[in-house]
Design a protein around this ligand. Structure first.
Ligand code: PMP
Ligand code: GLN
Length: 387
């Protein structure tokens, strides 16, 4: 069969999770919590089912939930989305990414993607007939131990064909976040041009160092050009429920919904009613950064006592570590070997590059997910300190 995605195989997350279960390894690879969501949220799902919310909900999402989302965005980022015409509940951020890319990218359009990048962007761009244009983050060096972004490189990548820039902050896998000066730079890049943005903000509530999260929707102008995407999976420890949302100005949302209605039509009804009720209390998302900061610091400090060299993360539930003192293998081989021989599963960072086998993609870095019980992190650290 003539493949539409000839270069695409099974995702690294699936491969590594399968290997982890085959070898009964401690899985710090794929990004999901190994603990349960709040019991109240679970019982609200049950209550929704008992109350008869078991059939197709309204295509753009349950009204109460869209209003609750608009209210949250307004309180946190001071931007007013109209929940009737500008917010759509989606099947996780994954569907929101596909539907937004399909709704804005035409054949031949160029889409700028910051590399390393989350694995779904490039296939979605190709399915839309677009051409990805990759701009690399500046990797860590002796003088600067963190990744950084050079907006001049992004500026130089813009051509007459550029239609969209995909931004993912806090960034998977590096944990990089944006400063106010970054938002200024993004405004400058697009203000004279007809370029749109996707803000993949699924980790919006996991930002470290007591810093506020700077959503694209904190700026009127950026919001007017953006699809801003989030995920309840990350915020409420429910990655398996697959509920997220996309906020975008009316004209963009109208196009988005044309696609959304034929990709999934609508999203699981009991979950939507449960989230609508549960979101009334802001404490769970307001406390999430602190919750994950502790896990980040625990893992980071634990890794300092091993031969892995961890890099501090500014957000997300991931951190990267250099393993060059432990092995000379490339990242994929190392991650597989670590699972098979030592029973700890991590993600090779090379998987976040377009050409994951290229030398430039192998920086001897692996990604750790710390959305895990402390005892899971302790067990993994105990193993890693022996190698
Ligand atoms: N974007 C990023 C950056 C992610 O890390 C993930 C998943 N972990 C997604 C999108 C997909 O989110 P969801 O599980 O809600 O589909
Ligand atoms: N986003 C998750 C991660 O980065 C994985 C989601 C998936 O498996 N598709 O680990």
């Amino acid at each position: 069969i003539k493949s539409k995605l000839p270069d695409v195989g099974t995702t690294i997350f699936t491969i590594m999770s399968q290997l982890a279960s085959e070898y009964k390894a401690i899985n710090l690879g794929q990004g999901f919590p190994d603990f349960n969501p709040d019991e109240k949220l679970v019982s609200l799902v049950n209550k929704s089912m008992m109350n008869g919310h078991n059939q197709y909900p309204y295509m753009p999402g349950v009204q109460d939930l869209r209003f609750a989302i608009a209210d949250k965005i307004n309180k946190l980022y001071s931007y007013n989305y109209d929940p009737e015409t500008e917010i759509t509940v989606t099947n996780g951020a994954t569907e929101a990414l596909l539907s937004s890319i399909l709704s804005i990218v035409h054949t031949g359009d160029e889409v700028i993607v910051i590399e390393p990048c989350y694995d779904s962007y490039l296939p979605c761009i190709k399915l839309a007939g677009g051409t990805p244009v990759l701009v690399s983050l500046t990797p860590p060096s002796k003088n600067n131990p963190a990744y950084s972004i050079d907006w001049n490189k992004v500026k130089n990548a813009i051509t007459d064909k550029t239609r969209l820039i995909i931004l993912n902050f806090p960034h998977n896998p590096t944990g990089l976040t944006l400063k106010s000066s970054d938002l200024d730079a993004i405004e400058d890049l697009i203000k004279e041009k007809e370029i749109f943005l996707i803000g993949d903000e699924v980790y919006e509530h996991i930002v470290f160092g007591h810093k506020p999260f700077l959503s694209l929707s904190t700026r009127e102008f950026l919001a007017s050009r953006s699809f801003v995407i989030s995920s309840f999976g990350k915020t409420y420890h429910t990655t398996g429920w697959k509920v997220g949302y996309c906020s975008a100005p009316k004209a963009l949302t109208a196009e988005f919904r044309k696609i959304h209605q034929f990709v999934v039509f609508t999203v699981s009804s009991p979950m939507q009613y449960a989230f609508a009720e549960f979101m009334k209390d802001p404490a769970p998302y307001l406390n999430l950064s602190r919750f994950y900061q502790e896990k980040h610091d625990f893992l980071y400090n634990g890794l300092l006592k091993t031969r892995f060299k961890p890099i501090k993360s500014e957000g997300t539930f991931f951190l990267l570590a250099d393993y060059s003192e432990v092995s000379v293998a490339n990242e994929l081989d190392f991650a597989k070997e670590l699972t098979k021989k030592h029973g700890v599963t991590l993600i090779p960072v090379s998987a976040f590059y377009k050409d994951s086998s290229a030398l430039a993609s192998n920086n001897n870095l692996v990604r750790f997910c710390f959305a895990k019980k402390n005892e899971t992190l302790e067990k993994a650290l105990a193993v890693l300190s022996t190698i």
